[in-house]
Write a protein that binds this ligand. Structure first.
Ligand SMILES: C[S@@+](CC[C@H](N)C(=O)[O-])C[C@H]1O[C@@H](n2cnc3c(N)ncnc32)[C@H](O)[C@@H]1O
Length: 278
């Protein structure tokens, strides 16, 4: 049973989006890697380390972390929703067949009650996951518990919605068509600088550091570059939508981004934050 009333809502949301995350994981891998590398750097991951990745979804950043930790290291990926990890397991197998080399193990786990011994890991990462956990204090205490003394945890969270062009643009159109349901709000729970750091210190981390990343993607005008974000982050709202309504929704999203095109390019700003604690 979920300990917090909102936890079952989160479980349903991700179970409904799991297929989309699997489908888009490989096409989005290069973009994902641009965020994974600074996150793994911030965690201080080097060859031979034992790393736990929380809320791994379809495998980011656990798959890249396994390459970096190497044959002498250990990477364990985990997620609340086993269906979300189907893509991660498939991708780990594909990479293993293609490249050989170390692959992460994946295990279903709620980060508020981790099935690992105290001090079992040197590093913990979590990319765009902690904001979806209602009982965040429990999760952060668990992270501190499974880290060895001196070990580091690195979280990636979103900055404000207004600085994230895909979420803001698609979110407005989805709200116009389907109404507000509040499900976008958790994404920006740690948008305020210092908020996650404060929660980490309250959970027993003695030092924290925050770094903002604000890349602007140059997306090709006239292309549905926004479709991955629509399917992955709004997919739980689109099930059961008839073809006509879906077509009208997508046409409005396309119009929204086309209106911002300059010389065939749509600038799409994003704002992520890495919060490290030790
Ligand atoms: C936005 S996805 C991030 C997936 C992946 N880390 C990435 O960046 O592509 C959020 C993930 O958090 C997971 N999640 C939500 N609550 C969780 C919890 N309490 N414990 C572990 N994972 C959780 C969801 O199942 C989902 O896979």
């Amino acid at each position: 049973m979920d300990a917090h009333p909102d936890a079952s809502r989160e479980r349903d949301r991700w179970a409904a989006s799991a297929d989309a995350w699997d489908r888009w994981a490989d096409p989005m891998a290069d973009l994902a890697d641009k965020l994974n590398r600074p996150l793994l750097d911030a965690a201080g991951l080097t060859a031979g380390d034992r790393l736990l990745d929380l809320a791994s979804g379809a495998g980011e950043p656990a798959l890249g972390a396994a390459r970096r930790a190497g044959a002498g290291g250990l990477v364990v990926g985990s997620d609340l929703v086993p269906g979300m990890m189907a893509g991660a397991v498939r991708r780990a197998r594909d990479i293993g067949e293609r490249e050989g080399g170390p692959a992460p193990a994946f295990i279903a786990a709620d980060m508020t009650a981790l099935p690992f011994a105290d001090a079992a890991f040197d590093r913990v990462t979590c990319r765009f996951g902690i904001m979806f956990v209602p009982a965040v204090a429990s999760a952060l205490r668990e992270v501190r518990r499974v880290l060895r003394p001196g070990g580091k945890a690195a979280f990636m969270v979103w900055g404000p919605c207004a600085g994230n062009g895909l979420f803001a643009g698609i979110g407005d159109v989805v709200a116009d068509h389907l109404g507000e349901d509040g499900s976008l709000a958790p994404l920006f729970r740690f948008a305020e600088p210092g908020r996650l750091s404060a929660a980490m210190r309250a959970a027993g981390f003695t030092e924290t550091e925050e770094t903002d990343l604000t890349p602007v993607r140059k997306a090709p005008a006239g292309q549905p570059f926004w479709r991955a974000a629509l399917d992955m982050s709004f997919g739980h709202r689109l099930g059961g939508l008839g073809v006509d309504r879906r077509t009208a929704l997508e046409a409005d999203i396309a119009r929204h981004f086309e209106a911002q095109a300059v010389n065939g390019v749509v600038p799409v700003p994003s704002h992520a934050r890495i919060v490290v604690g030790w």
